[in-house]
Write a protein that binds this ligand. Sequence first.
Ligand code: PMV
Length: 336
Amino acid sequence: MSEATSPGWRAWAPGKVILLGEHAVVYGRTALAGAIERGVTVTVERIATGLVVEVAGVLPGGDSDRDRLRVAVEQAARAWEVEPEGLRVRVAADLPIAVGLGSSAALSVALVQAFAALAGRAPSRPQVCEAAFGIERFFHGFPSGIDNTVATYGGLLAFRRGEPHRCLPTAAAVPLVVALGREPRQTRSAVERLRAAWEKDRGGFEARFDRIADLVKTAEEALAAGNWQELGLLFDENHRVLAELGVSTPELDAMVALAREAGARGAKLTGGGGGGAVICLCPEDRTRLVARLRAAGWQAFATELRPVMDERHVERSGGLGSLDPAPLAVVGDPVG
Ligand code: PMV
């Protein structure tokens, strides 16, 4: 392998959970989402020749994921007029991949930031977000832009296509448990399947998107007041409507049911569905809920959503001038 000829740049961007409003957001409704503490780290360094792309860990889609990653790398490089040649790019994630937690957007934002630094540029956040959206389009076909917005800005926000996002005030950090299903899935195919169904029954689907928009509106108030009881009920109702839209699965329904039975105030699938992750609102004993989910065979972890990015996130994902070009730590078990 070629040796590095100069120090590199390292950038990090967070994954996300959608609290309410996934899929409806593709059709112009508002969704609420927040960054989680797990994300994707990209290191870029110059080498003598070639383009070497290394991934710490296993990609669920194997060689086809590897090919897509390479295209994303080339796209991020070209966004800042860097020739994708004479470069080594390393990618590591402590975020589970392809489960609806925004791993492709976190990757896109981290790539864009790392290449901007390599090119000696200091892009604004809207510029980062736009460049990352271009890569998201390559991954997902018809994304709403919510994932790359959260990965760029962090914090907790309301997003509606074509409008500036709004940062959400909350009475307290949102206490969640995230559980991961075992079914293989892809956001792109979940979105495409729903689009085909919408084509056949626009009235029925639009009415459900409107119902979700109402839930989102009420959820904003519940979040501002820290009313977890109300927010939990809204999670439950949003999950029911998502199931009617055809994006839940028996496994996701079982995870949601177990979470509620084990003390969560509410639970729902998050992200594209068709498999993937579930979020459980759990202000009380999150350790116990994590243990119950794991005992039933699902990976799970606790996380809290905070209204604004803390210093560390800004430092690691946005403050490129001060990023440490240290070697990338290899990340272990993604769900701890
Ligand atoms: O599965 P994820 O994490 O990529 O989330 C997808 C969210 C959708 O609303 C289903 C699609 C989108 O682009 O907003």
